[in-house]
Design a protein around this ligand. Structure first.
Ligand code: ADP
Length: 475
């Protein structure tokens, strides 16, 4: 029994029980882990009202007090990291070592923003005459509502809630219906750490549309933050327009991973393994289109094929698992449809595409992928590696940029001039250069084009929850 396992929404520091319940299933077995309350309309409204009350207290609190509370939350998360990781592997499926890594990474945002809470500096502005003094101050926006996805059940929550609390904002969160248990555990620990009651509420629901509509239409909610698909993000952004909310949107990607012929090919393949297969490929920054310069293609493919053949697909709790199950069995249907389309249009498949049962999908490599194939344009969210050859830099840059997304891009090159040229030319919010894992609480994470608005992490992540007020004083 995991003593951080709760099954009801958390409002104002208390559990909110409803009769209507839904099942949270283990993706490895499809067995139910918990039957959790499905929030009703009154519960959503109560959570918003409590967050509004909490904001009254929060905006009167000192940055130092909020910093210290966040630090206690961080300490509690680290103290319970094994339990949180087990909960994550249970509800999300990722290998336990990855889950532990995510808890530490997610806790890193709490620690970082416990430090940044003290640094929401304003400006003093030299006036244009001697009769005025000009300055600006930063103040918390108010009540924040957020909706998060299932692929990072801890980190997607902490990277929003920690900067919001640091700024002095209260929060109403609807986590994914597939992974609500980690979010609940985090809220419980935040309460234990001394969060102002009502400052972090978690609503469990299978009816995302209903909750989303209430959160986005409420006048009391001043900021809305979302991580998920571009399609749902666009819809929520439109809903937020009616009340002109501040918004942050972390949406889909279609990351290019480019290997130039002068690169360290072993390092490139190692980086590719991480960028492609972490979380079974279910990340918005996963390498989606792998471009390899023609002269080194066969060498890269040989090294990559060897490594992929060594990946172990199994339950996330089994020893040495590299790839756990996909989030639910239907995710495999999408993968199979993409593979079928690609092969019909001329791609070659490397690896055994046998059905491993349940939600388990074998890692596979596709070569000769072209823009005519659906897999070239869609976020694959599975352990399928699409490979494309190219001849020169201009050609690969044109292909890399010619998509509506712009989240993460990666390239490997040992030529310093090329490093600068390519880094500056890629139309992406984040670029990994000779590195396949780039997320870090101290750095700004976010996309351009249809990959989103705003940044999470870094000092920029705090500004997403602050309004700047200009003061003009006549002396
Ligand atoms: P994913 O493929 O990662 O599940 P989604 O965008 O479908 O991406 O889901 C991300 C989050 O958005 C989840 O918490 C989900 O419940 C929520 N969601 C999905 N559809 C809607 C909607 N119409 N309104 C509000 N939230 C939604």
């Amino acid at each position: 029994m995991n003593n951080l396992l709760f099954s009801d929404s958390f409002i104002n520091g208390e559990f909110y029980v409803t009769e209507q319940r839904f099942s949270v299933d283990d993706p490895a077995t499809q067995e139910s882990i918990a039957y959790v309350s499905d929030i009703d309309k009154a519960g959503v409204e109560q959570a918003i009202d409590c967050a509004e009350q909490a904001f009254v207290h929060l905006k009167a609190s000192s940055a130092t007090a909020r910093s210290e509370t966040l630090r206690r939350w961080y300490d509690l998360v680290i103290e319970h990291k094994q339990l949180l990781a087990e909960l994550m592997t249970k509800e999300q499926g990722k290998p336990i070592a990855e889950a532990l890594g995510e808890v530490e990474y997610g806790a890193g945002f709490i620690k970082w923003y416990s430090e940044q809470a003290k640094r929401s500096y304003g400006d003093t502005i030299p006036a244009t005459d001697t009769a005025h003094r000009l300055s600006s101050i930063k103040q918390p926006i108010g009540v924040v509502a957020g909706i998060t996805p299932w692929n990072f059940p801890v980190a997607m929550v902490t990277r929003k809630v920690a900067p919001a609390y640091a700024a002095g904002c209260s929060f109403v969160l609807k986590p994914s219906e597939h992974t609500p248990l980690c979010a609940l555990a985090l809220a419980y620990l935040a309460d234990q750490a001394g969060f102002v009651k009502g400052a972090f509420n978690v609503l469990l629901s299978e009816n995302a549309k209903m909750v989303g509509e209430l959160l986005t239409s409420s006048d009391k909610v001043r900021k809305f933050t979302f991580t998920g698909s571009t399609e749902v993000g666009k819809q929520l952004l439109m809903q937020c327009a009616a009340t002109i909310k501040r918004t942050s949107m972390e949406l889909g990607g279609n990351a290019p991973f480019i290997i130039f012929d002068n690169a360290d090919l072993d390092a490139a393949v190692a980086g590719l393994m991480a960028a492609k297969f972490r979380n079974a490929g279910q990340t918005c920054v996963a390498a989606n289109r792998i471009f390899v310069q023609r002269s080194v293609f066969e060498t890269v493919l040989d090294k990559f094929t060897d490594k992929v053949a060594g990946l172990k697909v199994a339950d996330g709790f089994a020893e040495a698992t590299d790839i756990g199950p996909l989030i639910y069995p239907q995710a495999k249907d999408k993968v199979q449809a993409l593979l079928k389309d690609a092969v019909a249009k001329g791609a070659s498949l490397i690896g055994d595409n046998k059905d491993l049962g349940g939600s388990f999908q074998a890692p596979l490599i596709l070569t000769d992928v072209t823009p005519e194939m659906d897999i070239y344009h869609q976020e694959v969210f599975a352990p399928i590696a699409s490979m494309i050859t190219f001849d020169d830099e201009a050609e690969v840059l044109a292909m890399a940029n010619n998509v509506p997304y712009g989240l993460a891009a990666y390239f490997y090159s040992d030529n310093i001039k090329q490093v600068y040229r390519v880094a500056e030319a890629l139309e992406y919010g984040m670029v990994g250069i000779n590195e396949g894992l780039i997320s870090n609480p101290v750095a700004p994470f976010g996309g351009v084009k249809q990959s989103g608005l705003g940044r999470e992490g870094g000092h920029q992540g705090l500004d997403e929850y602050l309004e700047e007020k200009y003061l003009c004083i006549k002396v």
